[in-house]
Write a protein that binds this ligand. Sequence first.
Ligand SMILES: [Zn+2]
Length: 164
Amino acid sequence: MVSQIQYTKPQVLRMLVDVRDPEIPVLSIEEIGMLRDVVIDENGCEVIITPTYTACPAMAMIEKDIKQTLADQGIDVVKVTTVFAPAWSTDWMSEDTKEKLRAYGIAAPLHSTCDAAKDKSSIVECPQCFSTKTTLISQFGSTACKALYRCEKCLEPFDYFKCH
Ligand SMILES: [Zn+2]
């Protein structure tokens, strides 16, 4: 069988913009820093991803999404490889991405070395009113990746995307 590779890496990367983080649908897997690389050779297309949180149950769904999205574009030989090193860091998120997170109602991580949910002296800003008077309610928000906070000013609870 003669393989005919008729697509390029930039094209594949553009197609993958449609693959969203199921937990944060406003962000693509590239924006969140999950998409590490795309390798195209005579065997097909390999997509390399790093989980944003090792316990995230969404990985299987993301893998399926990647394959489906590329198959829809006529790329049907797709291998999805998950790599755990280097570990994903919130530093891989751009400022634009953090802003999108905030607009979605999730407090963006400050930087990778902090963990506000563990270090109670860290300041987490309310994504609604930008007040810094916030209280940690639970180490686990809607998913294990997030901690639940409440704003003391507008009294709204919100998710905080944990750094790690
Ligand atoms: Zn608030």
